[in-house]
Design a protein around this ligand. Structure first.
Ligand code: NCD
Length: 317
């Protein structure tokens, strides 16, 4: 069973956004906001003597490095495995449960990324120390959603009554799966879902998310993007989830975020967001747009949100 966070993060796994509610999300944001204001050298005692193990079975740039830097900024140390299938005993066929049980003996927390949906739940069940989901296949990516929500909250000062556009690979994109869960906890949010028909949310996800109270509107043409959204969340078509590479080539640039589209449809306060990496679906010309936060606020906030999470999960006093 996934533990709800409620009022305490202490000792808890972070596997799904479903463990959160409005209060726990805002509690985390309060902590991240405080940490943002404290000079780094004053934080070095927070996790002094603690060890985090990072095991990433899939490639990662930001999620891996920001967990690593977040833990170190709080004075902790890390054991890091990128690509364990070529460097650890996983290559010999060791189960992930055995691998994490070993790290449980050394570490205070384990951060895992894995290509198979549902694996993080298994990992969390296998060990007693807290486990953080850094992405499980097409399942979820809760810390990415938390940093995205934090970025929206900082800029718009609210997480309710939002008009949102999500574009790209909604079927396979784990970041959108967690982000929709997060937005569904706050009232009166409407999300316009722009994707090719082949990459829309699965029927099960669409129904489950709708039941949570968020209004989902599927659109299939950029012409139907409503004006003045609070934010646009663009995503990459997830090449690694396709069996048919020709199909990927056909769909990969179905929707591109261009300056022209922004000029036509975005408002002056529409944040331009993307979890990265981008592979052609966002024009680089937009990088200097004052509304673009994918290479700036989202990245920086990723570090602070993870610092806040580690602190709330592990702090003894
Ligand atoms: C995302 C992921 O791995 O799910 N990247 C990230 O963690 N920031 C998005 C992606 O790979 O497209």
């Amino acid at each position: 069973m996934l533990q709800p966070i409620n009022s305490s993060f202490k000792g808890k796994d972070i596997v799904s956004l479903d463990q959160f509610n409005r209060a726990s999300i805002l509690r985390l944001f309060k902590e991240a906001k405080i940490l943002k204001k404290i000079p780094t050298k004053k934080l070095l005692n927070v996790l002094k003597g603690k060890i985090a193990t990072l095991i990433f079975f899939e490639p990662s740039t930001r999620t891996f490095s920001s967990h690593s830097v977040a833990f170190k900024k709080l004075g902790g140390q890390t054991i890091e495995y990128q690509n364990p299938l070529s460097t650890s005993s996983s290559v010999k066929g060791e189960t992930i449960e055995d691998t994490v049980r070993v790290f449980e003996q050394y570490a205070d927390v384990i951060v895992v990324r894995h290509p198979t949906k549902g694996t993080l739940k298994k990992v969390a069940d296998a060990v007693r120390i807290p486990v953080i989901n850094a992405g499980d296949g097409i399942g979820e990516h809760p810390t990415q959603a938390l940093l995205d929500l934090f970025t929206v909250w900082e800029k718009h000062k609210k997480l309710d009554n939002l008009k949102v556009l999500m574009a790209g690979d909604l079927l396979n994109g784990r970041t959108v799966h967690s982000l929709i869960r997060g937005l569904s906890m706050f009232p009166k949010n409407t999300i316009y879902l722009l994707s090719p028909k082949q990459l829309r949310l699965s029927k099960d996800d669409f129904e489950a998310f709708s039941k949570k109270g968020v209004k989902l509107v599927e659109i299939y043409s950029a012409k139907d993007i409503p004006t003045d959204c609070h934010f646009w969340y663009w995503t990459r078509v997830q090449k690694e989830r396709f069996n048919d590479k020709k199909e990927y080539e056909k769909l990969k640039l179905s929707f591109v975020l261009t300056k022209k589209l922004v000029d036509e449809k975005a408002g002056k306060n529409t944040l331009l967001m993307h979890p990265l990496p981008r592979v052609g679906e966002v024009e680089t010309e937009l990088d200097s747009d004052y509304r673009a936060v994918y290479l700036t606020d989202e990245v920086k906030n990723g570090m602070y949100i993870r610092m806040a999470l580690f602190k709330l999960i592990l702090k003894t006093s």
